[in-house]
Design a protein around this ligand. Structure first.
Ligand SMILES: CC(C)(COP(=O)(O)OP(=O)(O)OC[C@H]1O[C@@H](n2cnc3c(N)ncnc32)[C@H](O)[C@@H]1OP(=O)(O)O)[C@@H](O)C(=O)NCCC(=O)NCCS
Length: 290
C-alpha cells in the first residue's frame, strides 16, 4: 500500500460527510453523526463527526440506542486511517467490523472502453418511460448479485442458505418491482445529476450487470457493482467500472473511489486502474452466539 496520504483522506472524509446530507436528516450523538434517510431508499449510517475526536464506546452505544428507536440499522462507517483507534473501540462496543479495501482511481492507468461479450453498456435515463422497469431490473441484479459473492469456497456456498447460486434472468424478472414511491425517489436522485446508474445489457437476456456512481463536487464513489451469477466472468463488472470512471473524469471529477468487499474483489478493480489507498471500516452488531 502507498504511504498514508492525509490530503486524500481529508477529501474522502468531507465527501462521506456531504454525500448523505441532501437526502437525510442529521443527529449528533457525542462524536458521531447519524444520517437518517428521509423517505424511500437504502438507510444511511453513523460516522465520526467531521473534525471531531474519536468516538467513544459510550457514543457508539448511545447511537445504537437511537438507531433502534428510529428503526434504522445499527451500522457505522469510517476510514481506518483517519480514526485508527476506533476499530478496537467499536469491537469493545459489540460491533463486528468489515475491513474493506478502499481504492482510488489512478486516472492515467484507467483502461480504455472495450467491447464486452454479448452486451452493451447503457446509462439509465430517469426521464425514459422504461425507467421504473429498468431500475427494478437493476435492483434485482444487484440483490441477486450480492446474494452470491464471487469468491467463496463451494463449502461456504453450500452452507449459506441465502446464496442464490446460478441465478439469472428468470430470477431477476421474478423479483419485486420498485413501488411508485421508490421509483420516484431514485428518479429524483438521478435527475439531480449526482447519481448515475450504468447497466450491461444483452439484446436477448436484458440487464445482466449494474453499477452506480454517487458524486459530490469533484469526488465520486462507485457503489453497487454486481453481475447476475449466470453472467459472471465475461468482463461486465470490470468494463462497467471503467466506463463509469471514464465518464466521471470527463465530467470534471478528479477523485474516483470505491470500497471492495474483500481483496479478491479489489483485484478486479486494480486491473482497470484503481489502487489500494486505505481501509474502509463497515460495522454492525456482532451476531449473537447461537
Ligand atoms: C464481483 C462481481 C461484481 C464481478 O462481476 P463479473 O462481471 O463477473 O466481473 P468480471 O467479469 O469483470 O471479472 C471477473 C473475473 O473474470 C475475469 N474476466 C474478465 N473478462 C473476462 C472474459 N471476457 N472472459 C473470462 N474472464 C474474464 C476477470 O479478470 C476477473 O478475474 P478474477 O476472478 O481473476 O479477478 C460479481 O462477482 C458480483 O456481483 N459479486 C457479488 C457482489 C460484489 O461483491 N460486488 C462488488 C462489491 S465491491
Amino acid at each position: 500500500m502507498a504511504p498514508v496520504d492525509s490530503g486524500l483522506f481529508d477529501r474522502l472524509e468531507r465527501f462521506y460527510d456531504a454525500l448523505p446530507r441532501p437526502w437525510a436528516r442529521v443527529e449528533e450523538i457525542g462524536s458521531l453523526t447519524l444520517f437518517v434517510r428521509e423517505g424511500e431508499g437504502w438507510p444511511y449510517y453513523a460516522r465520526p463527526t467531521l473534525g471531531s475526536h474519536t468516538p467513544s464506546a459510550a457514543d457508539i452505544m448511545d447511537a445504537r440506542r437511537l438507531q433502534r428507536e428510529l428503526g434504522v440499522p445499527e451500522t457505522f462507517e469510517w476510514i481506518h486511517e483517519t480514526a485508527p483507534d476506533l476499530l478496537a473501540i467499536a469491537r469493545s462496543a459489540g460491533l463486528d467490523v468489515l475491513l474493506a479495501p478502499l481504492l482510488v482511481l489512478e486516472p492515467a492507468a484507467l483502461v480504455p472502453d472495450l467491447p464486452i461479450r454479448g452486451a452493451t453498456i447503457r446509462y439509465l435515463d430517469p426521464l425514459a418511460p422504461s425507467f421504473a422497469a429498468d431500475m427494478s431490473a437493476s435492483r434485482a441484479v444487484n440483490r441477486l448479485g450480492f446474494g452470491a459473492p464471487a469468491y467463496r469456497s463451494s463449502l461456504e456456498m453450500a452452507e449459506n442458505t441465502l446464496v442464490i447460486d446460478g441465478a439469472g434472468p428468470p430470477e431477476r424478472d421474478a423479483a419485486e418491482p420498485l413501488t411508485d414511491k421508490e421509483a420516484d425517489k431514485v428518479r429524483a436522485m438521478l435527475e439531480s445529476g449526482d447519481y448515475l446508474t450504468a447497466v450491461a445489457e444483452s439484446p436477448t437476456e436484458g440487464i445482466l450487470a449494474t453499477a452506480t456512481s454517487q458524486r459530490v463536487s469533484t469526488v465520486a464513489e462507485i457503489v453497487g457493482v454486481a453481475t447476475l451469477p449466470s453472467a459472471r466472468n465475461r468482463g461486465y463488472a470490470s468494463q462497467l467500472t471503467a466506463t463509469l470512471s471514464g465518464r466521471l473524469l470527463a465530467s470534471g471529477v478528479d477523485l474516483v473511489l470505491l470500497s471492495a468487499g474483500d481483496d479478491d474483489v479489489a483485484r478486479l478493480y486494480t486491473r482497470v486502474g484503481f489502487r489500494r489507498a486505505g481501509t474502509a471500516c463497515i460495522a454492525q452488531p456482532a451476531a449473537l452466539p447461537l
